[in-house]
Design a protein around this ligand. Structure first.
Ligand code: TLP
Length: 351
């Protein structure tokens, strides 16, 4: 642990590991906009190989990776089917519409994170001059707002089949796709094979300080490269951060099950805390719960009280909290968190 705080606000808070800092200090670099940063090139090749795709592109963030994917697949005025609880729809500032003139068509995310196939089918626009042209369907794996739930290989194949039958492209927001593969115990290649494009983040559970990858065919990545430039995502001596990304791929993908086990331990421990109402058992690295109606503290007050105990948490919706385990949360951190919640809530009932 590199700080006295246990930080469960997100896995985005992960600081680079000592091995990453060393790799970053020693990274061989060039100008990536000229395509001659050897470390970025190595990272892109490694990511493409691990995902079983022809090519990959290093991008500054998951949000930019998703936006580039959408703008690569869709022209202005075309439509994208997305989950109503997806990061793309809720948390990316409407980038597809604002910057690309692309129209989102939300369909309900089920509690298991899926979009029902019949809902996708019913959302595809007919060939009619009054209507937009449906071009793309996106799913998110793991699905964050549904609890970090995992979409199966079988479901992913079914979405791909439906997309193919209807001449649609298929993109996976796989910000945490390595968590999904670890939870399913499958090779990541199998999980992403049915998709035309996949974005995943190095900067979440894989602990890199910055960066995400976008993968697909060579033709898709060539088009994506121009869009990355257009959006200001060309990063010059980016090998300094790509070096951490390589450590993520080589060393961090194999340890995610530990984070999942800790999330389950945290869930069990929090279940014992009176007046916390736990949601579904975690399937990856996220624990969601609500405050019982009898709790008088507001969400922000709970956050402030927990901080006094050295635990950083965040609320995700009114009365609802999301805690995320990651590399820098150990067993002692899990215990400390559960104890802090118990103390904060018992002080309140005593006070
Ligand atoms: N998610 C963040 C917040 O923005 C909510 C988090 O703490 O979980 N796709 C998914 C599924 C994500 O959860 C996120 C970030 C992104 C894309 C965007 O990645 P960044 O933050 O790199 O732009």
């Amino acid at each position: 642990m590199n700080s006295d705080f246990v930080d469960l606000r997100s896995d985005t808070v992960t600081k680079p590991t000592p091995e990453m800092r060393e790799a970053m200090a020693e990274a061989e670099v060039g100008d990536d906009v000229y395509g001659d940063d050897p470390t970025v090139n190595k990272l892109q090749e490694k990511a493409a190989e691990m995902l079983g795709k022809q090519a990959a592109l290093f991008v500054p963030s998951g949000t930019m990776g998703n936006l580039i994917a959408i703008l690569t697949h869709c022209a202005r005025g075309e439509e994208v089917i997305v989950g109503d609880k997806s990061h793309i729809y809720v948390n990316e500032a409407g980038g597809m519409a604002a910057l690309g003139g692309v129209y989102p068509h939300p369909v309900p995310n089920q509690t298991d994170g899926t979009l029902r196939l019949e809902d996708i089918r019913a959302s595809i626009q007919p060939d009619d001059s009054h209507r937009t042209i449906t071009r793309l369907v996106c799913v998110e794996n793991t699905q964050n707002m549904c609890g970090g739930v995992v979409l199966s290989v079988d479901y992913t194949q079914q979405v791909a089949q439906l997309a193919k039958e209807n001449n649609l492209k298929f993109h996976i927001d796989g910000a945490r796709i390595f968590n999904a593969a670890a939870a399913l115990d499958v090779d990541i290649k199998e999980l992403v094979a049915p998709a035309d494009s996949v974005m995943f983040c190095l900067s979440k559970g894989l602990a890199s300080p910055v960066g995400s990858m976008l993968a697909g065919t060579e033709a898709f990545i060539a088009k994506a490269l121009r869009l990355r430039k257009m959006l200001g995502g060309g990063m010059r001596q980016a090998g300094v951060i790509a070096a951490a990304g390589l450590v993520s791929l080589e060393k961090m993908t194999g340890r995610l099950k530990q984070d999942h086990a800790r999330a389950r331990n945290l869930y069990e421990a929090l279940k014992q805390v009176p007046r916390l109402r736990l949601e579904a058992e975690p399937s990856s690295n996220m624990v969601y719960f609500r405050l019982d109606d009898s709790v008088k503290l507001t969400e922000s007050q709970v956050v402030a009280e927990m901080k006094k105990y050295g635990v950083l948490v965040d609320w995700s919706a009114p009365r609802q909290f999301r805690l995320v385990t990651h590399y820098w949360v150990d067993d002692a951190g899990v215990e400390k968190t559960a104890k802090a919640f118990a103390d904060v809530l018992s002080e309140e009932s005593a006070g």
